[in-house]
Design a binder for this molecule. Structure first.
Ligand SMILES: [Zn+2]
Ligand SMILES: [Zn+2]
Length: 324
C-alpha cells in the first residue's frame, strides 16, 4: 500500500490518498479538485506507474471535498467504481447540495447559530470562492456499514463512524496479522476533527461522534491510516484522548453559560475560540452548537428560541460521556 500526499490549504492540511495495487488498482480517498492538486495527483500516481485511467475503484471515507473532490475526474478518466456510504452518497453524486451551495440550508443554519452579518458575509464569500473544490459529479455506488469488499486478496470492511459527517466510514482490513483501518477524518493524529460545522445535516452530532470514538476504542486496531498527516500507531488511545477533549470542551461551555447567563451559539463560540476567519467561521460555531445541543439533550441546558441557558447547578459533565 502506498500513500500519495496532496496539497490542501483550505481544510485540515495535506490529504492522504492511499493506493492499493494488485489485480485491481484501488484508491482510498481522492483530494480536492483544484488545478494544482489535479497535477500533484497525476504525478503522485505516475511515480507508482499508474494513471487515473488505470483506477478500477475508489473508496471514499466521506463526502468532504478534500476527500472526494477528484473522484469525478478519476471516474471520467477510466470509469472507476466510486464507493461511498449511503448517507453521504447524494452529496458526492451532486444530487444533494452541501452547505457550500445550498442557500436555504445556509440561511437556516446561520439563523440558528445567530451568526452576525460580518462573519456571515465573510464565510459566504469564502465558500463561494471554493465551490471548485467539489469537482465533477460522480456516479456513486453506495454501501452500508458492515458491507465487505474483496480487494486484491484483502477484505475491506466498511465501519460506519458518523459524527464529523453523516456517512463517514472507515475501511478495516487485516494485513500480515495486523488489524488496520483507513479512517478518513474519524480520528486524526493532531487536530480534533470538527463536529457540528463540518456536516450540519448530522443530528445530535456530538453523541454520534462519541459513539463512533467508542467503536474505535473497541475495535482496538493496531494502526489507523488517517486522511491527513501520519499513521496513528495507537488508534484506541487517540480515540480516548478525543473523548476527553470533548468532555473538557463541554465543561468550558458550561462555564461560559455559568459566567455569562443565556447565550446564543455564536456568543458561546466567541467565548471559546475568539475571532475566527475562513472555514473556522463555520467550524467554530458548529462545534459550540454540537456541545450546546449535547447538553440540551441531557437536560443540562434549556433552549429558548436561539438562546441556551443552564438548567442545572453544577452539572456532572463527566456523566455525559462514556469512559471506554
Ligand atoms: Zn472531513
Ligand atoms: Zn479532511
Amino acid at each position: 500500500m502506498e500513500r500519495i500526499q496532496l496539497g490542501n490549504t483550505v481544510f485540515e492540511g495535506a490529504n492522504n490518498v492511499y493506493l492499493l495495487q494488485g489485480d485491481e488498482t484501488v484508491l482510498v480517498d481522492a483530494g480536492v479538485a483544484t488545478e494544482p492538486t489535479r497535477g500533484e495527483f497525476v504525478d503522485g500516481l505516475a511515480s507508482f506507474g499508474v494513471t487515473p485511467e488505470d483506477v478500477d475503484r475508489v473508496f471514499l471515507t466521506h463526502w468532504h471535498y478534500d476527500h472526494a473532490g477528484l473522484a469525478g475526474m478519476i471516474q471520467q478518466a477510466g470509469g472507476a467504481t466510486v464507493h461511498v456510504h449511503e448517507a453521504d452518497a447524494e452529496l458526492v453524486s451532486g444530487e444533494e447540495a452541501s452547505l457550500i451551495e445550498d442557500r436555504t440550508l445556509q440561511q437556516e443554519t446561520f439563523e440558528a447559530w445567530q451568526l452576525p452579518d460580518g462573519p456571515r458575509e465573510e464565510l459566504l464569500s469564502f465558500l463561494e470562492g471554493h465551490a471548485e473544490l467539489a469537482g465533477e459529479d460522480v456516479d456513486v455506488t453506495p454501501f452500508s456499514g458492515g458491507d465487505r469488499f474483496a480487494v486484491n486478496g484483502f477484505e475491506l470492511e466498511a465501519v460506519h463512524l458518523p459524527g464529523h459527517s453523516a456517512g463517514l466510514s472507515a475501511f478495516a482490513f487485516e494485513d500480515d496479522g495486523e488489524r488496520q483501518a483507513f479512517v478518513g477524518d474519524a480520528i486524526l493524529p493532531k487536530y480534533t476533527p470538527n463536529v457540528g460545522g463540518a456536516d450540519v445535516r448530522v443530528e445530535s452530532p456530538l453523541a454520534k461522534y462519541v459513539d463512533s470514538l467508542v467503536e474505535v476504542v473497541e475495535r482496538d486496531w493496531d494502526r489507523a491510516l488517517p486522511g491527513h498527516r501520519d499513521t496513528i500507531e495507537e488508534p484506541a488511545e487517540r480515540a480516548r484522548e478525543i473523548i476527553g477533549h470533548h468532555r473538557e470542551r463541554t465543561e468550558r461551555v458550561v462555564d461560559v453559560l455559568d459566567r455569562h447567563g443565556a447565550c446564543d451559539v455564536w456568543t458561546v463560540s466567541h467565548h471559546l475560540f475568539g475571532e475566527l476567519d475562513t472555514i473556522h467561521i463555520l467550524h467554530g460555531p458548529g462545534e459550540a452548537f454540537a456541545h450546546l445541543d449535547h447538553l440540551a439533550r441531557h437536560g443540562v441546558v434549556e433552549r429558548e428560541a436561539t438562546d441556551y441557558r443552564l438548567a442545572v447547578d453544577e452539572p456532572d459533565v463527566g456523566a455525559l460521556f462514556p469512559d471506554p
